[in-house]
Write a protein that binds this ligand. Structure first.
Ligand SMILES: [Cu+2]
Length: 178
């Protein structure tokens, strides 16, 4: 039992059992497989995009989001008066995650590229773009930037795929592509 010291005090000088070495080797090989799967999946899986990340604070980030909302809101929708924002093509666009919404809704043009900034102002959230299955972690204090070029028009949903509390299942954002 591990509560009492082993009878043979200098136990680490004993040779390693062959079966133990065998399991260490299996664990090592599997660790290497998983390690190399990370870059492989990034390149071929097409779910985890290349991103830039910058330090920010909830206050700084909220200010940038609000500046875009104030300038480019074209309508409001749902009972929550969620602004739908249509920034100019090629612009830096912002979305923030918070308990429990993605703010604001965005309206983008098909075939145009945007720099999408993401951050959270409270908790860790998961940005999951449906039905495309693009997934990113959204973490307070960090501003992630991904380059996106919508290639299909339609209505996309952003769901939170990182459990964040009682309203998690209602945390659904919108991106419209025209
Ligand atoms: Cu969540």
């Amino acid at each position: 039992m591990s509560l009492t010291p082993p009878a043979e005090r200098i136990w680490w000088n004993e040779p390693i059992e062959a079966v133990e070495l065998f399991w260490v080797a299996i664990a090592l090989v599997w660790a290497l497989v998983m390690f190399f799967m990370m870059p492989y999946w990034h390149i071929y899986g097409k779910q985890n995009l290349s991103s830039e990340a910058y330090r920010t604070t909830p206050e700084m980030y909220t200010k940038k989001v609000q500046a875009m909302v104030d300038q480019y809101t074209i309508r409001k929708e749902t009972t929550r008066d969620m602004p739908v924002v249509a920034p100019p093509a090629g612009a830096d666009i912002y979305m923030l995650g918070r308990l429990w919404e993605w703010y604001p809704a965005l309206e983008l043009e098909k075939g145009q590229s945007y720099r999408l900034h993401l951050s959270s102002v409270d908790w860790q959230h998961g940005f999951s773009l449906q039905p495309e299955n693009i997934n990113l972690q959204v973490i307070p204090g960090y501003e992630m930037v991904i380059k996106i070029t919508p290639n299909k028009s339609g209505e996309y949903s952003v769901i939170c795929n990182e459990y964040c509390g009682i309203g998690h299942h209602q945390m659904i954002g919108k991106i419209y592509v025209k």
